[in-house]
Write a protein that binds this ligand. Structure first.
Ligand SMILES: NC(=O)c1ccc[n+]([C@@H]2O[C@H](COP(=O)([O-])OP(=O)(O)OC[C@H]3O[C@@H](n4cnc5c(N)ncnc54)[C@H](O)[C@@H]3O)[C@@H](O)[C@H]2O)c1
Length: 355
């Protein structure tokens, strides 16, 4: 790769880089370089040129650690974008800031945006992000990382090749059920594994969190016990969020079941041997080369810039926007005693705070 792409980061916190220190030896749930800074540094043809954070201490330590010169450390992300003209921008702040930073970047020359989950705090915000990226031809990858992990791509390939028979459903069984913060991952993975189908309706049960109807706002990121998404192609996604430390993602077909378990660390494949007796057997999961999701996402953003195909990323804004609408639909279903909620949502201003 000959060109050098200029990358910058807004938010010098954990996910921007130091989250790499949290990976324990032998833990394969997430692979290094997991943080944005180290992944940019590991990407050929890419250079981390600037960082912005309102916290000057964090800015200084982050700049030192990742070799960003003092002159390229900013407390105002707008000034950073205007002066440094980055090609790629990571939005690694909290969800309430994702829309404003993404829209500003899209409207001020950034070619590719890598935005962390949750996408935003309301559909109004998500709509503005979608529109800003579309209007300005900006490539987008979403921080819900399983789309970029080779194991999940193999699961999707098994489905596409018909090796699971006719795909019936996706089942997530996991711990933390914070709607925006955690289930943003599980919903995005559902969309990816099922081939980004059109949703038909959503139902959900929330077990913690209060909604203020007058303010059209939740008091916190609500906790979900279970949710169901029914798609127009007849498939379904079941999200069971009371699974404590279990973290499994299953794709179930008429003749095969592919599963990622131990939170992305391992994969399994079972085939139905005798439908009469329900007997199945474990068969080898096809081999694949595992790789950091952050690295793959950045590489694919660069490819999108080089090819002039901003819409052709594997974690596009359209999918992130759809996932966000499904999460908001879950909150609205709960408010209607678990009724079926269809998209597009009418209440696009409902605000759900999240980190
Ligand atoms: N994809 C994943 O698996 C994953 C993992 C962890 C975190 N995240 C996401 O990454 C985002 C950041 O999370 P974190 O854990 O790194 O949080 P963090 O608190 O460690 O970092 C956020 C940083 O943003 C900075 N900030 C606040 N306002 C700002 C502004 N106006 N301009 C610039 N910087 C500003 C804060 O000072 C802080 O340093 C969240 O959206 C979170 O959900 C994703």
């Amino acid at each position: 790769m000959e060109s050098t792409y200029r990358a910058a980061i807004v938010g010098a916190g954990r996910k921007a880089g130091p989250i790499d220190d949290e990976r324990m030896p032998g833990d394969r749930a997430w692979l290094k370089p997991w943080g944005h800074a180290s992944a940019y540094q590991a990407t050929p043809g890419c250079r981390l040129v600037a960082v912005a954070d309102v916290n000057e201490d964090k800015l200084a330590s982050f700049g030192e650690r990742y070799g960003v010169p003092v002159s390229a450390r900013y407390t105002d992300y707008r000034e950073m974008i205007d002066r440094e003209r980055p090609d790629l921008l990571s939005v690694a702040t909290w969800a309430p800031l994702h829309a404003e930073v993404t829209c500003y970047a899209a409207e001020h020359g950034v070619k590719a945006i890598y935005c962390e989950k949750a996408l935003a705090c309301s559909m109004d915000e998500a709509d503005r992000m979608l529109e800003a990226c579309r209007r300005n031809g900006v490539a987008f990858d979403y921080g819900a990382g399983r789309r970029y992990r080779p194991g999940y791509r193999m699961m999707r390939r098994l489905a596409e090749e018909g090796q699971l028979g006719r795909v019936l459903q996706y089942i997530f069984n996991g711990g933390a059920g914070a709607l925006m913060h955690s289930l943003s991952h599980a919903v995005d993975t559902a969309l990816f594994l099922l081939g980004d189908p059109e949703p038909a309706f959503v139902q959900a049960t929330i077990i913690a969190g209060e909604y203020d109807a007058a303010a059209n706002r939740w008091d916190r990121d609500p906790h979900v016990a279970q949710a169901y998404i029914h798609f127009q192609d007849g498939t379904g996604a079941h999200l069971c969020a009371n699974g404590a430390r279990w973290y499994t993602f299953s794709l179930v077909g008429t003749t095969g079941l592919a599963m990622a378990y131990d939170n992305n660390s391992a994969y399994a494949l079972r085939r139905l041997v005798d439908p009469q007796t329900f007997r199945s057997e474990e068969v080898p999961f096809p081999p694949f080369e595992d790789e950091s999701d952050t690295l793959v996402a950045i590489r694919e953003l660069i490819t999108a810039i080089e090819n002039g195909t901003p819409e052709a990323t594997r974690g596009p804004m359209t999918a992130a926007h759809r996932g966000m609408e499904l999460l908001c639909a879950m909150a609205q279903s709960h408010l209607q005693n678990g009724a079926r909620v269809r998209l597009p949502l009418e209440n696009r201003a409902m605000y759900i705070p999240s980190r």
